[in-house]
Design a protein around this ligand. Sequence first.
Ligand code: B12
Ligand code: SF4
Ligand code: SF4
Length: 392
Amino acid sequence: MTRIEVGSRWTVELEADIREAALGAGFHLCGVAGADGTEIEAERFAAWVEAGRAGEMEYLKRRDEAGTLIREGVRVAIPWARSVVVCALNYASEEVFSVEDAPEGAGWIGRYAWSGRQPEQGVGGRVQGVDEAPELTATDYHSEMLTGLRVVESAIRGRIECETRCYVDTGPLVERGLAARAGVGWVGKNTCVINQGVGSWLLLGVVVTSLEMPAEGRLAVAAADRCGSCTRCIEACPTDALVAPREMDASRCIAYLTIEKKGVIAEELREGMGRQVFGCDICQDVCPWNAKARNGGGVVAVTPGMEVRRELVNPSLSWLGGMDNKEFKRWFKGSPLERTGRKRLQRNVAIAMGNSGLEEFRPKLVEWADGEDEALAEAALWALQQGVGGSV
Ligand code: B12
Ligand code: SF4
Ligand code: SF4
């Protein structure tokens, strides 16, 4: 491909080249949008933070010296930003949904955290004769996607002089609003970005650039909203976290409670957590667009590094509950679960055990209830009070 000298502006040809580079780097969707004109999202974001919807996620509440929320617009934290390239990775698989029948005593780990890759020769992997060793090495989409974004970034810089910066999740951006503008999908009533062909099993990454969008003829066309009159996600949410269409009270969301929330989880929300021990997929599992994508076939795209670690699909609560530090590291080093850590995972497991009502969990819960970790002990005591193996 030839280097395009057009000053610092996007052109239709450049966009086509970059889209091709993104697909070549393993992404399934890619679009470009301007960094300006996001006042409506800015208002929504500020109102959301001010209503206390962000819970204890302090990083979402950060403000600059002028008191503006860092995430109110791309240019608040990155003044030179003029446009964004949004790349999406499809992590759909043929595996079951969390709302389908599951084996007795099984927990649920969010689909995005099942990812792994074939181990390199001699590193990790299944040791002959040790059946319980992980088959695939754990991966984390953050680093998997960053590698792809660097390819896209190099493709841009190889063609035109500009500033760029790559982000997956952790940057000062509200990625879903940008993805909607870039035409990747629409923001569904469950607040997730949904693509008509792929569904919502999409992870997002952004390359921020200093390239101006052309004054006329926008490159990206925002996707039409196809939720219609459906409200399945809102009705299915067990903790009533979807307080209105496209508005979540994150402090009630099971994904927040199980992944982000430190310490004790509010008692009123524990029953609703059901068997989810890390993340929650319920409002996506009931979405007709995901059923359509799965039944339609052809959307399951297994990217190297995002293969399914089958042991994490419907994992048994006793297996997760019985892990010591060494075992936890063996299974979750390099996975999104590593940051949450064993203690918090087991606090969630204790709540899931309580919700199961199964007698077999009683000895473990009694052991935890007597232990030194306050949040775990408290969760275990609550679980015992739910009638696991009779009253305490
Ligand atoms: C904080 C956070 C969470 C919080 C809060 C979630 C939330 N709904 O806000 C918690 C911990 C609960 C969470 C959960 C999950 N998360 Co999360 N999370 C984030 C993070 C870091 C910030 C999100 C944020 O700023 N929220 C604030 C609210 C106000 O933003 P919002 O709801 O998106 O609304 C904005 C826009 O959507 C826009 N908007 C709304 N309507 C419309 C309409 C139009 C037309 C337009 C243009 C814009 C627009 O305006 C709003 C204000 O800007 C992003 C990564 C990032 N940096 O953006 C990942 C991210 C949103 N999470 C992601 C994922 C995968 C998940 C989980 C599926 C993980 C799991 N299995 O448990 C769940 C999904 C739960 C759910 N239903 O959303 C993906 C979403 C991919 C997708 N397809 O949408 C992201 C983008 C991470 C990534 N890099 O891929 N997450
Ligand atoms: S992820 Fe779970 S708890 Fe959060 S809004 Fe969706 S269904 Fe509700
Ligand atoms: S379940 Fe229905 S309302 Fe919710 S995101 Fe999917 S299509 Fe939209």
